[in-house]
Design a protein around this ligand. Structure first.
Ligand code: VG1
Ligand code: CO
Length: 542
């Protein structure tokens, strides 16, 4: 039944920050998906006898891709594929399934926070047996295979029924269709104080979780409305739709506007939350207050011992380089190490595996821990619920008390999306060239303590990752960081990250953009953004 189909390399199948992401129309080209999937199998070596997980965020093309991959898995001699029902598995949910069932890896179908639908984006990535995104050496090997591929393997078979739970066969391949939520919900109950959260909710407190019609819906509904007993309607937009119902499934104030509006209204919930396409991101919102992801990580670290799963304390914390230093202040107080990694969750895997870090996070609305090997949106919301239930305090009280104790790290990210790729590269190259001369010089009253292109030396496996973002660190701790996005599908996106530390509590109430205004201006002038890109204002500010 197995057959070999001749093919040729297709240019551009290089995984970015988180897998291969392209327009749906690109994936619909003949052999596009097949080439990449075969390249994964070829890069892994002998895949015969392996057991893998398979699922995605339910976006347009998810179901087609699941069928294609099942047939290719059968032809390549994979022993078993564990599929989420209907092809649905969140990114953290897949990580959980891989770990719990001791699978050798998994394939996740998602373009995460990128819009979906026939005109939107699609994506695919491979996770290894620790449940985490494949490290660079694996993604490089997959890309290598994609440049020399000559054939792929598949079987002639009708589509497999992925909607009925249970074990069946596709040729020699065992296909196990599992409940998408169950393994994950079990894990959450081991980590959090469900009785306390239940009480908190029963005592008149409320949550509004906006799933933005993406894959967190079934998870949040089952756990928050089901197991924790929050009233129906606490989870909104809870059914995953192929086009996310037109939502841009990126949980930030620019896109989750309904939630922000609700949280600014008189009848706001006590906790507002949202998640992205594949449910690995989270946004935490109080009344009239969006908790900066960098602050959220710091607050979770500072309060971790209130949560049963972390009551023994943290081995260490880790953040991506552009993420604010708020968590470093907590690590210092706790006397635990704080690691600084390049952007992308794959860099946390080794630290988590080695037990060097327990909590980690990114400024891009991502937080997670060693419970899985992906960032985890629903987990983060449960973590906050647990803190609220354990302290009886409001989100705003917790955030303000945190700033009073540790100082506030004002933080903002300015994205210039869809700019010309050559212009973006030129901007980065010219800035990179000028960096060495900047160290030690004053810029608008701040002296540059360090200016470099961030390189990461992994303390666990010794690998080096170069060119991970241009950074200027000033003597007062302020920072400006520049990176080009590795997840976009149109032109280039320049991300500028701006941070300033403020110890004085009387200034903690300042509006963020105001508090950062001089650094923002400097960031634009220094990189000659308007001159080189023609843009005077960012497209998205978070
Ligand atoms: C962005 C974020 C990064 C995150 C990545 C994947 O990458 O900045 O922090 O890890 O998306 O998140 P980039 O290269 O575009 O800056 V997800 O939720 O899209 O998988
Ligand atoms: Co995501």
């Amino acid at each position: 039944m197995s057959k070999e189909i001749a093919t040729q390399p297709i240019a551009g199948q290089k995984p970015g920050t988180s897998g291969l992401r392209k327009k749906v129309t690109v994936f619909q080209q003949p052999n596009y998906l097949e080439n990449f999937v075969q390249s994964i199998f070829d890069a892994l070596g002998d895949v015969r006898g392996r057991e893998i997980a398979l699922g995605g965020d339910g976006r347009y093309y998810n179901r087609n891709a699941v069928q294609t991959i099942l047939k290719m898995a059968a032809a390549n001699g994979i022993k078993r594929v564990v599929v989420g029902q209907g092809g649905i598995l969140s990114t953290p949910g897949t990580s959980c399934v891989i770990r719990k069932r001791k699978l050798s890896g998994g394939i996740i179908l998602s373009a995460s926070h990128n819009p979906g639908g026939p005109d939107g984006d699609f994506g695919i990535k491979y996770n290894t047996e620790n449940g985490g995104p494949a490290p660079e050496k694996v993604t490089d090997a997959i890309y290598e295979k994609s440049t020399t591929i000559t054939r792929y393997l598949t079987v002639d078979a009708p589509d497999y029924d992925i909607d009925t739970l249970g074990l069946g066969k596709l040729g020699d391949l065992e296909v196990e269709v599992i409940d998408s939520v169950e393994d994950y919900a079990d894990l959450m109950q081991q980590l959090f104080d469900f009785p306390a959260i239940k009480n908190w909710l029963a005592n008149g407190h409320s949550i509004r979780f906006d799933s933005l019609s993406a894959v967190s819906g079934p998870y949040a509904t089952r756990i928050i409305e089901g197991l924790l007993g929050a009233p129906k309607g606490s989870v909104v937009n809870g059914i995953p739709l192929e086009d996310f119902g037109g939502h841009h499934p990126d949980p930030n104030p620019a896109y989750a506007t309904d939630l922000i509006e609700h949280m600014n209204a008189a009848d706001a919930a006590d906790l507002g939350a949202a998640s992205d396409g594949d449910a690995d991101r989270n946004m935490i919102v109080g009344r009239n207050l969006v908790v900066t992801p960098s602050d959220s990580l710091a607050i979770m670290a500072a309060n971790a011992t209130l949560v049963p799963g972390y009551h023994k304390g943290l081995a260490g914390v880790a953040r991506s380089m552009p993420t604010s230093c708020a968590v470093d202040a907590v690590a210092k107080a706790l006397n635990i190490p704080a690691f600084e990694t390049p952007t992308g969750w794959k860099f946390f895997g080794n630290l988590l595996d080695a037990g060097k870090a327990t909590l980690c996070g990114e400024e891009s609305y991502g937080t997670g821990s060693d419970h899985v090997r992906e960032k985890d949106g629903v987990w983060a919301v449960l973590f906050w619920l647990n803190i609220l239930a354990a302290t009886g305090k409001s989100v705003n009280e917790i955030v303000e008390a945190h700033w009073a104790k540790y100082g506030r790290h004002f933080y903002s990210r300015h994205d210039f999306e869809g700019i010309d790729t050559d212009a973006a590269n030129k901007l980065m190259d010219s800035l990179r060239e000028r960096l060495p001369q900047l160290t030690g010089t004053p810029l608008r009253g701040r002296k540059v303590a360090l200016a470099d292109d961030f390189a990461y030396h992994d303390p666990v496996d010794g690998s080096m990752s170069q060119k991970q973002g241009l950074r200027l660190v000033f003597e007062d701790g302020s920072r400006i960081v520049y990176r080009l996005s590795g997840t976009g599908t149109e032109g280039a996106t320049l991300r500028v990250y701006i941070e300033r530390y403020e110890a004085n509590p009387s200034r903690h109430g300042l509006e963020t953009q105001t508090a950062l205004s001089d650094l923002i201006e400097l960031s634009r002038d220094l990189a000659r953004i308007s001159e080189l890109t023609g843009r005077t204002e960012p497209t998205v500010v978070t």
